[in-house]
Design a protein around this ligand. Sequence first.
Ligand code: NDP
Length: 274
Amino acid sequence: MNITSTTKLNNGVEMPWLGLGVFRSKEGEEVEIAVKTALEHGYRSIDTAAIYENERGVGKSIKASGVPRNEIFLTSKVWNSDQGYQSTLEAFEVSLEKLQTDYLDLYLIHWPKGQRSVETWKALEELYKKGRVRAIGVSNFLVHHLDDLLPHCKIVPAVNQVEFHPELIQPKLLEYCQKREIQLEAWSPIMKGNVTKIGTIQELAKKYNKTEVQVVLRWDIQKGVVTIPKSVTPERIISNADIFDFELEPEDMAKIDALDKEKRIGGHPDKINF
Ligand code: NDP
């Protein structure tokens, strides 16, 4: 395995196990340098969203990198206020224009919004059928949201991007998605940097001679979860990708599994008011 290794989605499309997240990376120089650094050091997947307001910088940096577009896996997401059939189709075009591309690799419904997400999903299916996006999926969907959406799907979501880290593992959701070949993808995988403060992970970092962050990102991949750590710090972007030269033993995987506290950093998908 290496930084370009992929998982095959349920429609055959290959998605890198590791990508760069850009939530809160500022539009302009900040996000541009982050994307540039990542691409220069082998990353081939970038995760943005309309609401991050940095799609222009992401697009500009990808263009300037010289890396062929078809070697990059680019994800964006439709924001809550744009959900609905027609508004999603329009929001998609706006994202493409900002990203300076004519297709996306993955387009996600950012948060579940009840019946409106069924209409949104129909728009995503339409975009998929037209070849505008190579895979479609959801984000922040719990089991009950998927139970509600799946009966309306002609195309089963390829990905569910959710909060996932040592203190929020959601094993039932992971099992549910794995059974249906919906690839789970971890957001806030390193707890915004706070995995460095967890004793068990500090011990494992010493044992494997890796950083705490590298141990946790490696744990993601060994659990079969795609991971997209965010950083705007070049040294961190580089070191976060250095996770392909070691393997956690089963007993150490279990030690991290045991840290689950069902503790969220971000909003609960049933309680958000945005
Ligand atoms: P992460 O868990 O990836 O943590 C990012 C934070 O950790 C930043 O403050 C970063 O600082 C710091 N950091 C990065 N690398 C290191 C390191 N090696 N050592 C110490 N600290 C480090 O949080 P995010 O919430 O950003 O999640 C990752 C991505 O997931 C997002 O960027 C976004 O793409 C996606 N996401 C999706 C959501 C959704 O609803 N679908 C919600 C939230 C996130 P610095 O940048 O200063 O280096």
